[in-house]
Ligand binder design. Structure first.
Ligand code: S3P
Length: 171
């Protein structure tokens, strides 16, 4: 795999979980834009939002995108839910949207084993109604920017991973 695969989609849709499963099956590295930002700032995303604000976080996302374009190849990259707005997203690699309805995502987050921590680390998911508003605002934009769309509802992790590989022609 020469080109990167860029996984985008709403908070809680399963980008991280999918990225890890894909990396294992296809023997590639996977990195996560939130992890890169946290390691660079030595601070959790939640704390960056609290201390420096969302605009500052968005600048860090752009810096991360620029670094990936210059420095990363053949890697599966899972992105924060708002990362799709960076400039030159397509220069990073093939953009794959993991798609699901808001209700499906909510149910996934609420029924997860570590549900509390999954919700607590996401400042923009602290209020359900606000999160739904954000989902509605972004839904069309995600689809517009995606090279490939994979609907994840009712599919096993293995099926999702295989579908991504097929649509991105990874062997
Ligand atoms: C955000 C999603 C989060 C994280 C930050 C902002 C967003 O990532 O980047 O809290 O704007 O949707 P996940 O999609 O991994 O939760």
């Amino acid at each position: 795999m020469k080109k990167n695969i860029i996984l985008i989609g709403f908070m809680g849709v399963g980008k991280g979980t999918t990225a890890r499963a894909f990396a294992k099956k296809y023997e590639v590295y996977n990195i996560d834009t939130d992890d890169l930002i946290e390691s660079k700032e030595n601070k959790e995303v939640k704390k960056i939002f609290e201390k420096k604000g969302e605009a500052y976080f968005r600048k860090l996302e752009q810096k991360t995108a620029d670094w990936i374009i210059d420095s990363v190849q053949g890697t599966l990259i899972s992105c924060g839910g708002g990362f799709y707005k960076v400039k030159n997203l397509h220069k990073m690699g093939t953009v794959v949207l993991l798609d699901a309805s808001f209700d499906w995502i909510l149910n996934r987050l609420k029924t997860a084993k570590n549900s509390e921590s999954k919700l607590a680390k996401r400042p923009l998911f602290s209020q359900e109604a606000e999160a739904k508003k954000l989902y509605d605002e972004r839904e069309k934009a995600y689809k517009k920017v995606a090279d490939v769309i994979v609907n994840v509802e009712g599919k096993s992790l293995e099926e999702i991973v295989k579908e991504i590989a097929k649509k991105c022609r990874v062997q």
